[in-house]
Design a protein around this ligand. Structure first.
Ligand code: SF4
Length: 454
């Protein structure tokens, strides 16, 4: 199924769509307030974008610098060219440690590599400890948002889920009660885990250390209690110097949730006495994306989710409609790079309004890159005949003012006088979920000429 077909499933529950839309817009507004409260916000965005561009241009050297410094600190560094290698490396570490139980804090990279099902198939118990991730894990679903993984679920749905899986009492979706129950359950998991896996928000070449940002402190809890900590990072997570952290930490939390800073920004530099620390550095298609000049800056992404919260399509189609680990506008740039045929509908899931580019803290020209993918896709991937024909005709009409005027007059006439069943037929996808506005007499051209003559 393509994006539109999946979105149609989400759209069946109108109340939920409205709620999803509103909830994400609320986060977008919080982001705006937080951003407006910082003097020099735009300069910070410029700086972040510049630092990331510098990283991508010097990635080879910075990665080696990071590896050298991490090793000096006593961290074991592993390299994985793809998801398979990443999973195998983790399996080997777990097997060597004779581990049985793993706690994981939120990491989109491990989602991308499908680490959980892989480890479960090898007999390990893997528990996601971020509350949203935990909810989707027990629901046997995937995250629908990179910062708010269970945003597609109402609190009442979580209540029912917890009753089934954790034996909780019905609470009418009381968030405090449900959070406490999850906390109790997860605490045992933390205390008995052999290995903790975390993601990496920023890896610092200068120091060989890395930073993990969470709001729940679950990364710290896991990494401090287990004897072995494995951190997984994509090659683009690097920043050159510790001093650059201030730029990104200021931007990340404000753009993600409107908070001035994430509750925990934990710095990991070396293993504690008697423990082990491993870092798995993963490519998995990133070098290929780096080689595509038009899409290179998509690797600046710091995974704040702001482009999702603002996107009118994402808010009303839900994250699962993208059928990809990273949904929303940035996902629609990254996914076609991995599998153009499978994800060819994603760059079209956009109004190209540019709101995503406006909120992006690292200034990725998201809507322009979506437009670029569209050009490639229409050239390289066979499009449905109806779509191709309509676009061809539209191109002809739009390029000739006379045709355009005639078409405008005919459509206005049709919309005014044609019977409803014709206007709202199957051919009119727009009319499926909305009433068209009242048609006025005349067109913009006439209106403009009249105004100018006054
Ligand atoms: S593309 Fe920009 S706005 Fe979207 S998640 Fe990445 S950093 Fe955030």
């Amino acid at each position: 199924m393509n994006h539109a077909q999946k979105a149609e499933i989400f759209n069946k529950n109108e109340a939920k769509v409205n709620w999803h839309d509103k909830a994400l817009w609320y986060v977008r507004e919080k982001r705006d307030n937080a951003a407006h409260g910082v003097k020099g916000w735009e300069q910070l965005r410029d700086l972040a974008s510049g630092i990331k561009a510098h990283v991508l241009s010097n990635l080879d050297e910075l990665l080696i610098e990071f590896e050298t410094n991490a090793q000096k600190n006593g961290i074991t560094v592993h390299w994985a060219s793809n998801a398979e290698e990443h999973n195998k490396i983790i399996n080997t570490i777990l097997t060597e440690k004779n581990a049985k139980k793993v706690v994981k804090s939120k990491s989109m990279l491990t989602e991308e590599c499908h680490l959980n099902p892989y480890l479960e198939s090898k007999g390990f118990e893997v528990v996601d400890t971020d509350l949203g991730e935990y909810i989707v894990q027990i629901a046997k679903e995937t995250p629908s948002h990179i910062v708010l993984p269970a945003i597609h679920k109402t609190k009442e749905e979580v209540d029912t889920l917890f009753q089934e899986h954790l034996g909780t009492k019905p609470s009418n979706g009381n968030p405090e009660y449900l959070t406490n129950e999850a906390r109790k359950h997860l605490r045992t998991k933390f205390l008995t885990a052999d290995v903790a896996i975390t993601g990496v928000n920023f890896a610092i070449a200068e120091t060989g250390g890395f930073v993990v940002c969470t709001n729940e402190g679950n990364a710290d809890m896991g990494a401090h209690l287990a004897k072995t900590h494995i951190a997984c990072m994509g090659i683009e997570k690097l920043i050159p110097k510790e001093a650059h952290l201030g730029v990104f930490l200021r931007l990340l939390a404000r753009s993600a949730t409107g908070q001035p800073i994430t509750t925990y920004s934990s710095h990991f530099n070396k293993p504690s006495e008697g423990s082990e620390m491993h870092i798995v550095i993963v490519d998995n298609g990133r070098t290929e994306q780096l080689s595509r000049e038009d899409f290179r800056s998509s690797l600046h992404c710091i995974r704040c989710g702001a482009c999702m919260n603002t996107c009118p399509i994402y808010r009303r189609s839900g994250g699962h409609s993208y059928d990809a680990t990273i949904p929303g506008p940035i996902g629609s740039i990254l996914s076609p790079g991995k599998d153009l045929t499978k994800h060819s509908s994603l760059p079209f899931a956009s109004t190209l309004c540019g709101s995503c580019s406006n909120v992006c803290p690292v200034k990725i020209n998201i809507h322009e890159q979506l437009y670029k993918w569209r050009q490639i896709i229409t050239k390289d991937i066979e499009q449905p005949v109806v779509k191709k024909t309509i676009l061809k005709m539209t191109g002809k009409v739009f390029s000739k003012p006379k045709f355009y005027g005639l078409a405008g007059r005919s459509v206005r006439f049709m919309l005014k006088y044609a019977p409803r069943f014709l206007v709202y037929s199957k051919l009119n996808a727009w009319g499926k979920a909305r009433e068209l506005p009242q048609i006025k007499n005349g067109n913009f051209d006439q209106w403009y000429k009249e105004k100018r003559s006054k």
